[in-house]
Design a protein around this ligand. Sequence first.
Ligand SMILES: Cc1cc2nc3c(=O)[nH]c(=O)nc-3n(C[C@H](O)[C@H](O)[C@H](O)COP(=O)(O)OP(=O)(O)OC[C@H]3O[C@@H](n4cnc5c(N)ncnc54)[C@H](O)[C@@H]3O)c2cc1C
Length: 457
Amino acid sequence: MDRALESRITKLNDRGPADGKCVVYWMQSSLRAGENPALAAATSEANRRRLPLLVLFSIDPAIPSANRRSFAFMAEALRDTVAKLEAAGAQVCIRTGDAVENLVRVGKEVKPAVIVTDESHLNEGRSRREAAAGRAGCAMFQVDGNVIVPVRLIPGEQYAAYTLRPRLAKLLEEHIRPVPQERPGRRAKRLAWSGLDPGEIMQTVDRLSLPEVPSSPLFRGGETEADKTLERFVEERLDGYAENRNRPELYFTSDLSPYLRFGCISPARVIRRVLERRGELPEEVDAFVEEAFVRRELAENFTFYDRRYRSLASLPDWAVRTLDDHRKDRRQHLFTLEELEEGRTGDELWDAAQREMLVKGKMAGYMRMYWGKRVLEWTRTPEEALRILLYLNDKYEIDGRSPNGYAGVLWCFGKHDRAFAERPVYGKIRYMSPAAQRKKFDIREYIRRGSPADIKR
Ligand SMILES: Cc1cc2nc3c(=O)[nH]c(=O)nc-3n(C[C@H](O)[C@H](O)[C@H](O)COP(=O)(O)OP(=O)(O)OC[C@H]3O[C@@H](n4cnc5c(N)ncnc54)[C@H](O)[C@@H]3O)c2cc1C
């Protein structure tokens, strides 16, 4: 097997391969057929054993923060990927309900020799994989396929981007190459299992009883959409990205985060495509690589090494101390969760950002920083601010419930950052003043473009 691919794989239990009838790829967080290391590993294992490959996916409405918006995006992505997988010769089984129970039940029907699954770095996914590995009757492996450099190759939690950057740079060349993907063999041998008709994915998700957050009017899931989004960015917005990404009224960023979040596109492919233009646009390319490679993998490193990633306990000591020192400082305004959720604070810029997230399902990157910082001074305690920010981010952002989401929210409290001059409420945590924003970009234009009648991507 390819060495770089091998370095992404870890074994989840101490069982050996069973005398089975197929290899199962339990797809969870990489909703794509193209450049998918877990799929590549499972296919190579199936071909080596001359067994058919079965891809299993569970649509589980009980996962934390499940809602109509994120499930609509997921269902579109799944529909696209299933078509591509079947065209490539894989058999695909889709079921609804608890993912571990489904894996066990389908396992009884198809008798896998080996199970391969996606590795993700959040607690729910880890617990699910541990539970499944304990109940699997055969060897089970996970593949770290949604980062460029596998997390385990970076030793320990990194303090900030500057400590991670040189380590990643050394490993980039080896891990950015596409993984070799074989075609599944044994097409003729159909396995017998029970599952949904892939043509019914959208209707099935429509019928689930899910919290009603309306699906995004702008973002459609799937690898086809992800590829188009990448091409549009490279052709139309990469030139100018370094400066304009911090001007939210211009909508100049890539819009790739929902696709990266659901694994609809390989991060290595994204970076390779952007690097093709380095000779011509060095500054723009470097700025993008810093975000989509260094910052993104810093967030993965954080959630992998510190399981308290939803808590202030994960902050550096200086940040914990300074927040505590200012715990009793007087707050000028306090808002309830409802007032914040509905964007009724009276700070027009903040309210517009909240509305953008509510309606589009994706707030501009620059605004997320301002949005998170302000809540700290509008709530009674840092703990309350954190709780509200995580709730809103997880509920409304299509790219939420992700390492980037948790690292991003905790950055507002000092994670991966340094200390600044001390001030009320914030202490030494970096502050973003409303007045300074007026000088940085055209806030009127951002507020105007965010009105529901004029929502643009
Ligand atoms: C309070 C707060 C909450 C955030 N919540 C999320 C979230 O839920 N999901 C999410 O993906 N990102 C989150 N971010 C990080 C960042 O704002 C988004 O990744 C970015 O806005 C996504 O838009 P884009 O793809 O158009 O960005 P681009 O500027 O085009 O960036 C390309 C890619 O780089 C990565 N990236 C960019 N900025 C960051 C960053 N600061 N940290 C880590 N990775 C980054 C993303 O994968 C992004 O898709 C949050 C940041 C803050 C401050």
